[in-house]
Design a protein around this ligand. Structure first.
Ligand code: GAR
Length: 210
């Protein structure tokens, strides 16, 4: 079974679905640790509830991003993980950190990448007048929100939509596609090969809406 470490900053609803899928045997892996950069993240309680060890590494206690990321990398390594999952971990990562975990680290982002990297994706999609929005799971590479996509899901944007309604609609899809991709990585079906995401040896489409 793969050893999975999940990094969070907040509610941890995605962490919860991963814990549930692992506990139900739907992921060939165990969540062996949860790390948060914020001590008040509700996801820490979710992890504790499932008996998973938690660590807080508070970024405000560090004077530089390099120092923080070096400590974070050491903490991650202490769990000897095969898979590292960024589940609402709201930090920009240094290239050195990202390289260290290349091919092992995935992120979920609330947009149809490559559209809307960064923050406030739901508001930006509404303001742009888009009629679809969505979420993407991708390998983490040095380019912010720019790594190869593994799986995406899309949802409609309605005329009278609000940021909150859209966020909820997308979270539902996040909870569907994230545990699935964690399983694909944990079981070795999905790999990062020469900078390309492959599944069962085939290059994955970069607009692979589920
Ligand atoms: C999710 O919507 C995730 O896509 C987003 O944060 C939320 C975390 O929710 N991630 C990013 O914006 C990364 N840049 P959760 O804590 O309930 O899983």
């Amino acid at each position: 079974n793969a050893r999975i470490v999940v990094l969070i900053s907040g509610s941890g609803s995605n962490l919860q679905t991963i814990l549930d899928h692992a506990n139900d045997g739907k992921i060939d892996g165990d969540v062996v640790g949860v790390i948060s950069n914020r001590s008040e993240a509700f996801g820490l309680e979710r992890a504790a509830e499932s008996g998973v060890p938690t660590k807080v590494l508070d970024h405000t206690m560090f004077s530089s991003r390099d120092d923080y990321d070096e400590s974070l990398a050491g903490l991650i390594d202490s769990f000897e993980p095969d898979v590292i999952v960024l589940a609402g971990f709201m930090r920009i990562l240094t290239p050195e950190f990202v390289r260290r975990f290349s091919g092992k680290m995935i992120n979920i982002h609330p947009s149809l990448l490559p559209k809307y990297t960064g923050l406030h994706t739901h508001r930006r999609a509404i303001e742009a007048g888009d009629d679809v929005h969505g979420c993407s799971v991708h390998f983490v590479t040095e380019e912010l929100d720019g790594g190869p996509v593994i799986l995406q899901a899309k949802v409609p944007i309605f005329e009278d939509d609000t940021e909150q309604l859209l966020q909820d609609r997308i979270l539902e899809q996040e909870h569907r596609i994230f545990p699935l991709t964690v399983q694909w990585l944990a079981s070795g079906r999905v790999k990062l090969v020469d900078g390309t995401a492959e599944m069962d040896g085939e290059r994955l489409p970069q607009d692979g809406y589920a």
